[in-house]
Design a protein around this ligand. Sequence first.
Ligand code: NAD
Length: 477
Amino acid sequence: MNTPINHDDLFIDGEFVEAASKDRFTAINPATEEVLGTVPISNAEDIDRAVRGARTAFSTWSQTTGAERAEVLSRLADAFAARGDDIAALVSRQNGAPQWWVNQNKRITEAIYRNGAKNAAAILAEEVLPGGEHGTVVRKEPLGVVAAIVPWNSPQALLSMKIAASLAAGCTVVVKPSPETSLDIYLLAEAIREAKVPPGVINIVTGAAETGANLVAHPGIDKVSFTGSTAAGRAIAISCAENLKPLTAELGGKSAAVLLEDADIEVFTDSIPWRCLPFSGQVCHAITRVIVPRSRHQEVLDAMVEKLSSLSYGDTSDPDNLLGPLATAAQRDRVEEYIKLGVQEGARLVLGGGRPKGFDSGYYIEPTIFTDTDPSMRIFTEEIFGPVLCVAVYDTEDEAAALHDATNFGLSGSVFSRDIEHATEFARRLGTGEVLINGKHGAPNVDLVRSFYKHSSLGGGMDLVSRYQLTKSIPRA
Ligand code: NAD
């Protein structure tokens, strides 16, 4: 039994200050259902204070040079790295993510802050371009105060992308993490202080959806950078539209793997823990649909059942457990509802479908496979966000491509084939911003920006820093 970590404070203007709100969110360890601690559910007064802090800081931070911002980001990378292991362990206790996942996120997060420093140093604030009588001065100016809102599955890595690019551009930030993963944000706040990030450049308010909605709607916010569900992204887009606020949003997914006729099935099944069921499928790019040639359907199913049945399972504080609990009770209930729905819709349950035996507590669901699924079924088209894989069969490659694209999402896709050229050609047809071949990414680069297609994103497709900049032109004297 651990002592709960109870916070009554928020990080605003470089200080830990007592929250005006008396409401608290209780964080629960999803593997054990033990209470981990509490954080404030920030109210309008807290949000206003944080936004005012960010606005005041913007007047000086926006005037710093790229080299000065690079120094600050570099110190932040060091201070984060010094706490990386503690942050990773605390994130895993809050959301139940496996150790390999939080450790990978720790490395990515540090790399993103370091890369932010490189980007800041390389910023060309002003250049003269041809055009006009004597040329045109083109200036890149920081956009203003950014609201950065993130989900619970990769909280620190997703946040670092927003913080690093905003700060590099000269913006200041008000951060709102997910309430489920807010205890670790206090370690980031300590890192921010240790790195001597000027007061008010990064402010943190904790809370749930209502706090996020109030932050988005605050008139002192100039830009919203959101990562989370498509439903919340839509609500935020509506709020931003009312005030004509720019928004960048990375949203949900329902990614698919297409196994071409000559696919090496072992290559596919070997990738399952990392590509299909990372963090028990609670990852935006998780490949949760598997599209297979009819001639190999049974062979693929048998191999999938064998693989999923062999995956070690349980409390993810044990690094050997690749699969753990769902992050919250609500998440577990939602996944159970989808499993019930799949059966009602006529899909065939091949594996799992229930709560595993031998667990007295924790939000566990067995790894589950449905087959005979098709685009008429909601389990095939909607994001379940759990350890549920849907298999569908095709007769022609045209049908396979159509099945791949038969959802409103377009986040990630995957093709398996022994013939790489054929796989690459097939990948060109798919309506998604990223395609893996035989489980491998194109360029694992922290600066690589893809457009997530359809309802998987809004306002992406540019390099990260320019999302937080405005461009001004002035005739050269
Ligand atoms: P969520 O949308 O419920 O919450 C995300 C964050 O938004 C949380 O901090 C939440 O408190 C806040 N929020 C919720 N409603 C809001 C509103 N109306 N206004 C302002 N803030 C609001 O998502 P979740 O359950 O925490 O995370 C899972 C979702 O995130 C999945 O859909 C997943 O695909 C998506 N995700 C996408 C990416 C990506 O890069 N595309 C990465 C990770 C997760």
